[in-house]
Design a protein around this ligand. Sequence first.
Ligand SMILES: [Fe+2]
Length: 250
Amino acid sequence: MVNPRRLTAQPHGEIRRVFDDIFMVRGRFRMTGGPPIAFSRNMVIIRHDTSLTLVNSVQLSEAGLERLAELGKVDNVIRLAGFHGADDRFYKERFGATIYAVAGQVYARGFGQNVSAKDQYFSADVEIDETSKLPVPGAMLETISSARPPEGLLLLEREGGILIAGDALQNWATTDPYFNLLGKLMMRAMGFIKPFAIGPGWLKTAKPDPRDLRNILDLPFEHVLPAHGDSVIGGARGHWRKAIDALQLR
Ligand SMILES: [Fe+2]
């Protein structure tokens, strides 16, 4: 999903408030370089005073950027998913945002695996791991370092624990209007459309050690804000326990 420059934003919805100072917006991602599959993805916006941190960035339209400016100033972008990041450079160029990416993630064409230096089109300003100071107060990074490329989750210590996920935890219970027909058919056929899931494509491709996923259940969280699908407010850890327990330990 990591992709060089796009000229225009893809369709997206309204920015909506999820918790105090936490907002989400859903938009379309159309794959390039293969079948023209389109599906949805979410960006999370965290506000601290007048400063905004974008997680799982989605390039917004000019109207969307105006709405974003009403919330605050885009200072930071945190990349969690090894297979995302295509729009991070937009926020660097447009707002001078500081880009944080999990150590070992690269910005290159394709899915960020087996990348040579010439394929890389951008670099993060700050590489982060579980010990890093993050731009969001009360936030902690959990890494799945066995995944290739590595993946992160961001835990916010508020509201009983809010876990923001990239591809690791997904909740596409149904498709939505940001899928195209081919996206609906193919994503259903490939088993992506189910609630409280470990991202099936990510699991297959990034091959994380299941023990790293079990560690997620030790985190104190009640809610999940995923990059794919609906947010889960309340009881989220219990909902994912079944999927994680079902993974075969190597
Ligand atoms: Fe994804």
